[in-house]
Design a protein around this ligand. Sequence first.
Ligand code: ADP
Ligand code: MG
Length: 239
Amino acid sequence: MLILELQNVSKSFGALRVTDDVTFAVPEGEALGVIGPNGAGKSTLFNLIAGTIRPEAGAIRFAGRNVTSEPPMTRCQRGVGRTFQIPQPFEQLTVFENLLVAAAFGSRKREREVTDSCAEILVETGLFSRANQLAGALGLLQRKRLELARALATDPKLLLLDEIAGGLTEAECHSLVETIRGLRRRGVSIIWIEHVLHALNAVVDRLLVLNFGRVIGVGKPEAIMASREVREVYVGIDV
Ligand code: ADP
Ligand code: MG
């Protein structure tokens, strides 16, 4: 089964076409990496999938259902979980409370299951010792962890990760990769936007490359990284 399908999806901001006739599908259980230069439209793609913006054309299907006109909360409750490139916690709530809010509003869990599952997620994401700190007092790395934890608290079937590895140390990056692999083993489908290619390639089945809002390649990482067009547009890779 396909967990996600985008069909001819387009979105412009003024004269700028940020998502240009994008079509791709993600089979259930797959991890898909998304790469592309800054401004290519990667985060916009997540906003379209999560529902915070609507496309002008095209259709988005989640688990077989057309969700194109559904609001973000409905999609979240159906199982679309996402992190934001710029972390967006409730600053005045504690780390644990942030997870409770995410679980209470975004997951399909019953109230008495929520506390236990949130505690587990704190352990899994390395935030247990920070449980009672205000989110607003966290540094950037802990904020990124909290972003992942909040997304997990919504109990996603499809997890959208937007550049969560940038700025991590090697050890932290390794532990993040292990965490994400663990999610895959539990059957969560993943789309991961990332500039840290070695982390991405350690996890994903396929890579999708965006440039100026268009998909210029999708396939096995080795094939994609070997493609001339991809190497030419992708910042940081020598042709
Ligand atoms: P990426 O994540 O690949 O770096 P984005 O999807 O964030 O790229 O942005 C793609 C382009 O769309 C950029 O030029 C950005 O400035 C523009 N953009 C993104 N969101 C908005 C918005 N809400 N209003 C106007 N322009 C936007
Ligand atoms: Mg972005």
